[in-house]
Design a protein around this ligand. Sequence first.
Ligand SMILES: [Zn+2]
Ligand SMILES: [Zn+2]
Length: 171
Amino acid sequence: MRVEIARLDNNECKFAHEYAAGELVLDDDRVALAGAPRVSGHISRTGHKVVVEGEFAAIAQTECDRCLKAMELPISSEFRVEYVTAEAYLALETAELTDEDLALSIFDGEFIDVDEIVREQLLLAIPTHAICQESCKGFCPVCGTDRNVTDCNCNAAEIDPRWTGLKDLRF
Ligand SMILES: [Zn+2]
Ligand SMILES: [Zn+2]
């Protein structure tokens, strides 16, 4: 979904969109989207600055970091992104940037690509280490058994590798 800034009534508009399956593709082979991601928000323009505020909700499909089982992860978040044109940004730079200005994104002055914002915000919201449940035991590093299903007898796995050297010192 792209919003044409020149066409805004009173320099603002609301937006809401529900993505069809496959409409929003994340550029990340670790994560896919299930269901219908939703985004809604508000765009306003003040002088050379365009502010996009909103919220989104989606269900990410990823795999458990420990046992590699496929899992679904509901995510939702709020965002606020500020845009200026490249020319306006350069003008700011010579006039000294404030901390707030450093977070500015650049746009072409005509369109705001809401999909791009959603993609970016989604990837930020997805935890890098997702686990299916806090108690997930994952695979045994020695024999490869899924320890959620069967217990193996690899006691060696319980010994922290940093201590194996000490073990040899005991006669
Ligand atoms: Zn797991
Ligand atoms: Zn084992």
